[in-house]
Design a binder for this molecule. Sequence first.
Ligand SMILES: Cc1cc2nc3c(=O)[nH]c(=O)nc-3n(C[C@H](O)[C@H](O)[C@H](O)COP(=O)(O)OP(=O)(O)OC[C@H]3O[C@@H](n4cnc5c(N)ncnc54)[C@H](O)[C@@H]3O)c2cc1C
Length: 280
Amino acid sequence: MIPNEFDYYAPATLDEALRLLGERAGEAKVLAGGHSLIPLMKLRLAAPAALIDLRNLRELRGISESGGAVRIGAATTHAEIAGSDLVRSRAPALAQAAAEIGDRQVRARGTIGGSLAHADPAADFPAPMLALDAEIVVKSLRGERRIAAAEFFRGLLETALEPDEIITDVRVSAAPRSAYAKFPNPASHYAIAGVAVALAGDGAVSAARVAVTGAAPAAFRAEAAEAALTGKALGAETIAAAARAAYDGRELLGDIHASAGYRAHLISVMTRRALEKLTA
Ligand SMILES: Cc1cc2nc3c(=O)[nH]c(=O)nc-3n(C[C@H](O)[C@H](O)[C@H](O)COP(=O)(O)OP(=O)(O)OC[C@H]3O[C@@H](n4cnc5c(N)ncnc54)[C@H](O)[C@@H]3O)c2cc1C
């Protein structure tokens, strides 16, 4: 399929990209890895009048650590995140999620900023974003905003991002005791259900965050599972209790890939598998 005609820009700086997007807000889209936007354009489900390609913006790439947070530039690819020693040691749930996205080609082109902005309900990153208490940094000509992950994901393909804003980077809290497990769609590898867990404390769990993606229109925290973990040693009994509590009775997606009931079951199984990674 052939997309509609569009103007193409490849600005050299973020300021130039923001100016172009500001001038054409509502009719232009930024282009990152193109793995979600280009298929939508080819199917004519999206028809932006202009594309602003982020490919030359080196300032949007890279991974660093400061003050207990890991900062990831929005145009950093899934493969770079999966292969980063810093992310693997400081935020393993995020590295594990990145490593399981799609296939090698998707991971080589797709970016964290593109994935977050697209907000596919079956995307992997929303779960580690919630579990690692991420902040999404966005800029426009109007200035900078920092949006907590809990506020960012609003629903099916819907986020708190305004049409003139570009995600510049993502900051996740360091959580060495974190993990991600998913049940993938065997064809695309999108999550049918994926669970990220992040635990504080060296022995007994002093605080827990458990987040689910793939199962509902937007990712959510499994607070009953968090309560089942808090204050406990991470043994088989605690893990079983958290897994049982992870599905809280909310309405889930049911589609050709999996019924709502099967997704409820998978939330429990993926919670157990993610927690078991932390006992290995
Ligand atoms: C075959 C296949 C399998 C896949 N499997 C998985 C999977 O298993 N798990 C998973 O999570 N994902 C999967 N994906 C999606 C993949 O991760 C995409 O890369 C991702 O969803 C979009 O990232 P992108 O960089 O390609 O963004 P693009 O396609 O370029 O852009 C997507 C959207 O985000 C906007 N955007 C991009 N960057 C920014 C920015 N910095 N600021 C503001 N807006 C921005 C664009 O305007 C557009 O609306 C798969 C995709 C394909 C094609």
